[in-house]
Design a protein around this ligand. Structure first.
Ligand SMILES: Cc1ncc(COP(=O)(O)O)c(C=O)c1O
Length: 263
């Protein structure tokens, strides 16, 4: 039986577990120790073997790679495999379709490893190249202030704009309630910065308190998301240059039911 291995904060792993299981493959997913019980239950529900690895997300990634090297299983990494972005690019196509066959001006996405950010950029580029939209939407990558390597890099390059409030030195690799984007050293950092800048977008950060209150505010509007997804709303609320809601899309990437309680 073909064997797949992945590391994930729980959501990409769920897709790999679901599709891998459906294709008759044995799937093993390495997750950080603090991953929510519900995400782990979903992975197990799809038939995956789950390995909880103590420590931050990077530890889960290196445990997965060690396991791949020891067993010869296929590493179905959504970080390294370029084909994965041709799956996430369908986000751009769905958006275009749901907006009545047009592109928005600005799109905010949570950014950890950049799987959605890079996929969205590919999808928007393809739509423009096909003559189905005039201009690339501005891509805005939103990170948790406590783990914001993109903001640190843009600040280092003197490209910080708006109120993106890059973290103080030493704060850049902290733990955050936005567990899905707690990636201190994304392998595709340069590519992530490139797609943001190509689109004329920017990088924003959201504080822990901002993320928690944005999550509550979204719930009050009837939208229940996990903290990782609430970063886009938190970032937008604090963005002084934010365009009006009619031309802006905030990606709500993770359902609230899979995360811990509201705080
Ligand atoms: C809910 C949620 N949103 C967004 C992301 C963004 O990840 P990436 O930057 O790799 O697209 C993740 C990753 O696990 C996630 O779980």
């Amino acid at each position: 039986m073909p064997r797949l291995v992945s590391d994930s904060s729980g959501n990409a792993g769920a897709s790999i577990a679901a599709y891998g299981g459906r294709a008759g493959m044995a799937v093993e997913v390495f997750v950080p120790g603090a991953t929510s019980e519900k995400k782990v239950a979903q992975l197990r529900g799809y038939g995956a073997t789950v390995h909880r690895v103590p420590g931050p997300r990077a530890q889960a990634a290196s445990a997965a790679i060690d396991h791949v090297e020891a067993t010869g299983a296929f590493y179905a990494s959504h970080v390294y495999n370029p084909l994965f972005h041709h799956g996430t690019k369908t986000f751009a196509f769905e958006l275009w379709e749901q907006l009545g066959r047009r592109l928005p001006e600005t799109v905010l996405v949570p950014a950890g490893n950049g799987t959605l950010l890079i996929g969205a950029a590919i999808g928007f580029r393809e739509l423009v190249a096909a003559g189905l939209g005039e201009r690339l939407p501005r891509l805005v990558a939103v990170q948790a202030q406590r783990c914001a390597p993109l903001a640190l890099a843009t600040r280092a390059a003197g490209q910080s704009r708006g109120r993106d409030a890059p973290p103080a030195p030493g704060e850049g690799a902290g733990e955050t309630i936005a567990e899905g984007i707690a990636i201190a050293e994304p392998a595709r950092l340069a590519q992530m910065l490139e797609v943001v800048s190509e689109s004329g977008g920017t990088v924003l950060t959201a504080t822990e308190a901002g993320i928690a209150s944005a999550r509550l505010a979204l719930a009050a509007k009837g939208v229940d998301v996990e903290p990782t997804a609430a970063v886009t709303y938190a970032g937008w609320l604090e963005w002084t240059e934010a365009p009006g809601p009619s031309s802006t899309v905030l990606a709500m990437t993770g359902a609230g039911l899979k995360a811990g309680g509201y705080c």
